[in-house]
Write a protein that binds this ligand. Structure first.
Ligand code: FAD
Length: 397
């Protein structure tokens, strides 16, 4: 293999370049990056960038020193796979042949119907544009009380805006955590002076605000949509690669075409729906930790080395002056154990199956998170009664 192309200059793409070089690949390496900016980090977009603490959260990397050519402002628009191996990438800068391909094109925010101005926060330019509009007394309406919606609401309220969050479910974070747990975060909105309106469906975004499904209008100076993302994979249509919601891969991030594994194509980061042997199901994890760590496995498997990704997913969110963290995967867990009460300020919830710890959610208890992550990784049994006692450190039994 002496001509590898990485499509996508986000965290997963950059980490793929670093890992390929780190694992001994010395051939040609080209990064196709649709954005005009050098690689940057996305989590600060809804945090430090929106607060005005930084204008450019650069990723700490030096692609030139790694001897990678970066075609910035270039988009890949199609892919032709050669039958045995290798292929041709179609890009806005012309066609490029490869014998190894890393697909790391991330995800794109879902937008709602309507002709009115609708902002999202996915790119640096998105974040800078929204920041400029967070002025005192601006009527800001955020659609979606998910992770991003809550972070944006936090900053907008601190900037003196009149903030309303409209959520279709009956509680914030209902989709991610379930309504019962999500409801525990609802008081955070009120404390911050944010008007949280749950159970409301948006019909369309209009020039002067929102039209709600029941006919009500909600006036706004600024509408920000935070209702989730979709893997950026439409450019692969017609390529023959197996794509459902994301690019389907095995546990080594190898893609397939018509069900046959391709040793020369890997997909990783927000665009990949990878098989997890740990959970016995496909995961599509749109979080930073996976984009940071999984590319090493993807790079190794592209180089023909044995590698499997068996890490429990992890993410964090900073909202309403709280540090919220989650590790593991709780779908299918048998029961939930509460650890401390929300009234105490810092609390956690663990999910168990038998004496196995499946997942943990912590609010301002970062130590619990670190300890639980190790237990989840090792599969060490836990004692549910001890886990329920916030005074006892999280530990295996
Ligand atoms: P991306 O970072 O999206 O990079 C993909 C790149 O590919 C983009 O630059 C895109 O322009 C480019 N691209 C797309 N299509 C093409 C094409 N056809 N040709 C060429 N280039 C293309 N995660 C957490 O765990 N905690 C957080 O607190 C957190 N906060 C976040 C806040 C915000 C505002 C956002 C947007 C995300 C946040 N995340 C967070 C998620 C995390 O940032 C992502 O999981 C991570 O950035 C995914 O990296 P990626 O490289 O897979 O995709």
């Amino acid at each position: 293999m002496d001509r590898v192309i990485v499509v996508g200059g986000g965290l997963a793409g950059v980490r793929a370049v670093e890992s390929l070089r780190g694992h001994g690949y010395e051939g040609g390496l080209t990064v196709i990056s649709a954005e005009e900016h050098p690689p940057y980090d996305r989590p600060p977009l809804s945090k430090a960038v929106l607060k005005g603490e930084t204008d450019f959260p650069a990723l700490d990397t030096d692609l030139a020193a790694l001897n990678a050519d970066v075609l910035q402002g270039t988009r890949s628009t199609g892919l032709r796979l050669h039958p045995e191996s290798g292929g041709t990438l179609v890009t806005t800068a012309g066609e490029l042949r490869f014998d190894g391909l890393v697909i790391a094109t991330g995800a794109t925010p879902v937008r709602l119907p309507g002709d009115g101005p609708q902002h999202v926060i996915r790119t640096l330019d998105d974040a800078l544009e929204v920041r400029a509009r967070l002025v005192p007394d601006a009527r800001v309406v955020i659609i979606g009380a998910g992770w991003i919606g809550a972070e944006v609401a936090t900053t907008a309220a601190k900037a003196g805006c009149a903030v309303t969050v409209v959520e279709a479910a009956d509680a914030p974070l209902a989709h991610a955590l379930g309504p019962e747990l999500g409801a525990l975060t609802a008081p955070w909105y009120a404390e911050a002076g944010v008007d949280l309106r749950t159970g409301l469906k948006v019909a369309s975004v209009e020039p002067d605000g929102l039209a709600l499904a029941g006919g009500e209008r909600l006036p706004a100076d600024l509408v920000i949509t935070g209702v989730g993302v979709r893997p950026e994979v439409a450019w692969l249509d017609g390529s023959g690669l197996d794509v459902e919601l994301g690019v389907l891969t095995d546990a080594s991030f190898r893609a397939s075409a018509d069900g046959a594994v391709r040793n020369d194509v890997v997909a990783v980061g927000d665009c990949a729906a990878w098989w997890s042997n740990r959970y016995g199901r496909r995961l599509l994890v749109e979080h930073w930790d996976t984009a940071l760590n999984a590319p090493e496995t993807a790079a190794r498997s592209l180089l023909g080395q044995d590698a499997e990704y068996d890490v429990a997913p992890y993410f964090w969110s900073e909202q309403f002056d709280r540090f919220v963290q989650y590790a593991g995967h709780h779908a299918g867990a048998e029961r939930m154990v509460r650890r401390g009460a929300p009234e105490d300020g810092a609390w956690a919830v663990a999910w168990l199956t038998g004496d196995r710890l499946d997942a943990i959610l912590t609010v301002d208890r970062p130590r619990d998170l670190v300890q639980a992550k190790r237990i989840i990784a090792a599969g060490t049994p836990v004692d549910a009664a001890l886990l329920a006692d916030p005074a006892v450190p999280v530990r295996g039994s």
